[in-house]
Design a protein around this ligand. Sequence first.
Ligand SMILES: Cc1cc2nc3c(=O)[nH]c(=O)nc-3n(C[C@H](O)[C@H](O)[C@H](O)COP(=O)(O)OP(=O)(O)OC[C@H]3O[C@@H](n4cnc5c(N)ncnc54)[C@H](O)[C@@H]3O)c2cc1C
Length: 500
Amino acid sequence: MTDAASHPTPAPDASEHVDVLIIGAGVSGIGSAWQLRKQMPDARFVVLEALDTFGGTWVTHRYPGIRSDSDLHTYGYSFKPWTGPPIATAAEIKAYMGEIIAEAGLDRHIRYRHRVVSADWSSAESRWAVTAERLDTGETVRFTAGFLWMCQGYYRHDEGYAPEWPGMADFRGSIVHPQTWPDDLDVTGKRVVVIGSGATAATLLPAIAGRCAHVTMLQRSPTYFRTGRNAIDLAETLRQLQVDESWIHEIVRRKILFDQDAFTRQTFEKPDKVRAELIGVIRTIMGPDYDVDTHFTPSYRPWRQRIAFVPDADLFEAIRRGEASVVTDTIDRFTPAGIRLGSGQELEADLVVTATGFHLSVMGGIPFTVDGKAVDFAETVTYRGMMFTGVPNLVWVFGYFRASWTLRTDLVADFVCRLLPHMKARGASAVVAALRPDEAKGPLAPWVDEENFNPGYLLRGMHLLPKAGPGPDWQHSQDYWTDKDAFPAIDLGDPVFVYR
Ligand SMILES: Cc1cc2nc3c(=O)[nH]c(=O)nc-3n(C[C@H](O)[C@H](O)[C@H](O)COP(=O)(O)OP(=O)(O)OC[C@H]3O[C@@H](n4cnc5c(N)ncnc54)[C@H](O)[C@@H]3O)c2cc1C
């Protein structure tokens, strides 16, 4: 496995020029670098990463039990078979990424401890000037790049989001956010309250239940979950038949994508049926005496927020064993001993975990300019969720909410690896997405329709995100099933692409 120690950061070169500069070495950056190397072997490129290793989300999140909530056949890359159980730990995902980096020789392209602090486009030079701060030496390093490939994620890594509740300062116990989980935090024997009921809470609860005195999931309102074995029958059958792992990966991937598409469509066409089925499964697991109506019956349509997969029903089993419990209530205030709820009940706690989400961050908070003018991405319109009006030679990998993030990495990569040779062939050094004249008059919409998908971090940060425009060209469809055919068919000669 590859890690930071085995590939020291090369000496800085104050004027290094590359064809493509990728920012971020998380799943998006590594997947993009792999595709670029494979599809455009002659392209000069670097990956700049602020951390001292690759993995992004899977490195910065260190809370107990950290794991994926989607399957690794689709969260893993199309080009590298996933051979383990579908739901994977952060360590397993990192090991998988490490193999890819080593196998493809990506190490020499990645510059760790390089935090990008500015990106400035010059139309006169047709290139980006990118400044990075070296976190090991404090030096400022400069690059120029023909094309910027933004893989810096979508939330702030340094700090998670937690609301301010009255009385927090009086609380005698500790308060931690899962995003900044201290390595030496010992939960043994502690009464723990986890605020929130998203994927993080659902992961954390079973991981610490039994070790701590008791863990309570305190939620304002319930969330949908899916559960099942952490195994895929089809993959097991194909393995018994000694089918090659690369075939298994492809077949299982297609099957999962097909099923996911059918499920997603059902949530729109027959939401009540899907809702009844999801809740019915939980009812069966929890038994007739458990108050599923209060704790596991959301009021919203399924898929309006991400549905976490609970492998082997471990969350529900921890509750059934009495090691964990769910309280559905509002928070009135913190007290010295714990949390007083809207109902007047007090939850005593030694440790409160605020699994309340993250701060959305557009372009990693990096200040961008185009010809000296600051770019406000909220004022731009997105071309299919990857390019932005007025911002030349740049793509952003922003994955799917209802499917694995990484599926988008491959689609964007294939697009870029078509676009760059196309530019070369037509003698263009710059390309920018522009609304067609009839579209420019149309009303703009938020990045995501709240009716469609509305988790808290998006609602809190929607004003920061680029706008959607009229028609599919100007939206992040959030529908992999459509995009997988639409992206390869994008006509690079379409007037939405303005070349110079
Ligand atoms: C706990 C958790 C679990 C998740 N599980 C799933 C899942 O199961 N399935 C799914 O589809 N999605 C999941 N997601 C969503 C998840 O964020 C994406 O799947 C994926 O990790 C995003 O990858 P990324 O490479 O785009 O961004 P990130 O993982 O955020 O990586 C971005 C990288 O860019 C670097 N970077 C940022 N700014 C700069 C800068 N200025 N200079 C240099 N480097 C910079 C960061 O240090 C980081 O390493 C999960 C998210 C969280 C938080």
